[in-house]
Design a protein around this ligand. Structure first.
Ligand SMILES: C[S@@+](CC[C@H](N)C(=O)[O-])C[C@H]1O[C@@H](n2cnc3c(N)ncnc32)[C@H](O)[C@@H]1O
Length: 123
């Protein structure tokens, strides 16, 4: 399984539990500080099947069709070239694989009112 934009690694570590000992999970992120926190969180577990790696969702350092599942939580909205990120996710995903995203989608023009934009994140 691949977690794009793993942040501090919480989703990646939960995925590590879900895939069991036979499975592997890789969390990638572009921010070294987040990867440091993710690795620190991993050391608090006994998981040997979870790894973290610095990479961008726009250029994944993996061969084609190598993951059964790709997940991404709150990251695509931060990636400027969303088409490239989606192409990369589907490139590394096996044809029978699953891609699961949690993200923000604008359905109207964004408001100029900064306070209402902040509310969008917590509402
Ligand atoms: C809102 S956090 C989400 C973290 C994690 N998925 C979670 O749910 O806790 C967004 C993360 O995306 C990462 N990120 C931003 N742009 C990225 C990119 N182009 N490729 C990979 N990760 C990126 C940030 O460094 C940050 O850790």
């Amino acid at each position: 399984m691949l977690d794009i934009g793993c942040g501090a690694g919480v989703d990646t570590l939960i995925a590590g539990m879900m895939v069991g000992r036979e499975g592997w999970v890789v969390g990638i992120d572009i921010t070294p500080e987040m990867l440091r926190r993710a690795d620190e969180n991993r050391t608090k577990t006994t998981f040997a099947n979870v790894a973290f790696q610095e990479a961008s969702g726009e250029s994944l350092p993996f061969p084609e069709a190598c993951f059964d599942v790709v997940i991404s939580n709150g990251v695509l909205n931060l990636i400027p070239d969303k088409l490239k990120a989606l192409e990369e996710a589907f490139r590394v995903l096996k044809p029978s694989g699953r891609f699961m995203i949690a993200d923000q989608v604008l359905i109207t023009e964004p408001s100029d009112d900064i306070e209402s934009q902040i509310d969008n994140w917590s509402g």
